[in-house]
Design a binder for this molecule. Structure first.
Ligand SMILES: Cc1cc2nc3c(=O)[nH]c(=O)nc-3n(C[C@H](O)[C@H](O)[C@H](O)COP(=O)(O)OP(=O)(O)OC[C@H]3O[C@@H](n4cnc5c(N)ncnc54)[C@H](O)[C@@H]3O)c2cc1C
Length: 406
């Protein structure tokens, strides 16, 4: 059994590296694999929510991240018609009252280094192409610089983000899920300091939004995400790149980007948000983060879910090893734990997406919330998931939005 790892983790993003850290801390023999050599870029908005920051703090990395990141206490929302509201990020118990922006090139490398310092091993570039069942182990097959490689493990964590090829090959997904299409680019040299992260519904198709996330006083991450779905898809732009080009030509963006220059290419990448219908386990395998569809269907944030589910998967594997029970029944307990924590939210967000990201509703909500501080706080608490959305969006709240002082 010497050549068998306790756990092989495929994908060294936040989900995979968090799981590697927690498993290695408990003395398990852990191998992380990634198809890229690190540091590597990952197309993202680079925003860390208070939930993400809480896990990173628990892992002992927050202080390092505060040194390299840019924190902001406010988020500004702009409706399609140009109404706006600036809302502070509410502080709650152990959760921070701010967002932190750290380029993924830096963030993912810091988390990976931390996992390695905790004892995990790392091999890259290794592209995993299949996972099959062997005798008393899983066999992970892949390629390393055109050479076939193979590893054995008692358990495998799949944390490959939105790359669905492996999941389709293993029949874990029967067909590609519907994904949000996104694109982003970095700009440096902006003239005016932005005091708030911007979420903009002006200049992007619905459902969707654009963002301007400051990474320093003079640089920003600008991006768009939208759904090309249903009947409306017929008259929607075909690519995120087209939406991005239109977005940065809007007068608001032109003003922000006056004097600034783009750094690096415009990069597109899809987002999986189908957790409510997605598998999360198979024989000797647990899925973590975006591989389990864990990205918020309304906000598009997924680093927090990746970190949280990485930790949950690690905790569950430790329990399974202690009980010497790797049965499918015991694997399904991980699915139950994820469903208990996230299923209601994802079902609600799936429904809300088409209602909430609609110009008429957005104009009304943003205009109304701007004049009512209690609503402002409540909506922010729901958005950053400090508050249960079902409880927050009560008939009384909705009537305040509709009849509000707008
Ligand atoms: C444009 C855009 C903006 C976003 N903005 C935000 C944001 O601001 N805040 C936020 O919280 N979330 C954001 N997200 C979502 C967030 O990026 C993801 O949810 C998050 O990265 C998921 O983490 P993960 O660990 O599950 O996967 P990933 O971070 O995607 O990591 C997966 C890793 O697996 C590796 N891999 C993939 N396939 C293989 C293979 N076959 N073999 C070996 N390795 C493999 C990849 O190289 C990668 O390193 C955004 C996403 C996009 C596309």
């Amino acid at each position: 059994m010497k050549d068998i790892y306790d756990v092989v983790i495929v994908g060294a993003g936040p989900g995979g590296s968090a799981a590697a850290h927690y498993l290695s801390l408990r003395g398990l023999n852990v191998l992380l694999l990634d198809k890229f050599t690190f540091p590597r870029d990952k197309t993202c908005g680079d925003a860390l929510t208070p939930r993400a920051l809480r896990v990173l703090d628990e892992m002992g990395i927050l202080d390092d991240l505060l040194k390299v990141g840019h924190s902001l206490n406010n988020v500004a929302f702009f409706s399609p018609k140009g109404y706006s509201v600036v809302a502070p990020v509410p502080k709650k118990e152990s959760r921070s009252g701010y967002l932190l922006f750290v380029p993924r090139l830096i963030l993912d490398n810091i988390i990976l280094d931390h996992a390695l310092a905790s004892g995990a091993q790392f091999q890259s570039p290794v592209r995993v192409t299949d996972i099959v069942q062997g005798e008393d182990c899983a066999i992970i097959r892949g390629e390393r610089q055109n050479q076939a490689v193979e590893y054995k493990a008692r358990m495998v964590i799949v944390a490959i983000g939105a790359n669905i090829k492996l999941l389709l090959r293993m029949s874990l997904l029967k067909k590609p899920p519907q994904m949000m299409l996104c694109a982003r680019a970095y700009f440096e040299g902006i003239a005016d300091v932005l005091e708030a992260a911007q979420c903009r519904f002006d200049g992007v198709p619905s459902p969707g939004y654009g963002w301007v996330f400051p990474l320093s006083h003079s640089s920003v991450n600008v991006g768009v995400g939208f759904f090309r779905a249903g009947l409306a898809a017929r008259w929607m732009p075909k690519t995120a790149r087209t939406v991005f080009d239109t977005f940065i030509q809007t007068p608001s963006l032109q003003k922000i980007l006056t004097g600034a220059h783009q750094v690096g290419p415009i990069k597109g990448y899809p987002l999986r948000m189908d957790f409510a219908r997605s598998p999360t386990f198979a024989e000797r395998i647990l899925l973590v983060g975006e591989s389990a569809g864990l990205v918020n269907p309304v906000t598009g944030e997924g680093i927090d879910y990746a970190l949280e589910s990485g930790k949950m998967a690690a905790d569950h594997i430790i329990r399974m090893f202690s009980a010497n029970d790797l049965s499918i029944k015991n694997l399904s307990v991980y699915d139950q734990l994820l469903r208990e924590r996230y299923q209601r939210l994802f079902v609600l967000c799936d429904r809300l997406r088409f209602l909430y990201l609609n110009p008429l509703v957005l104009n009304r909500v943003i205009r109304s919330v701007a004049h009512q501080d209690d609503l402002k706080e409540m909506f922010m608490n729901i958005i950053i998931e400090n508050e249960d959305a079902y409880e927050g969006l009560s008939p009384r709240t909705l009537s305040k939005v509709v009849l509000g002082k707008a």
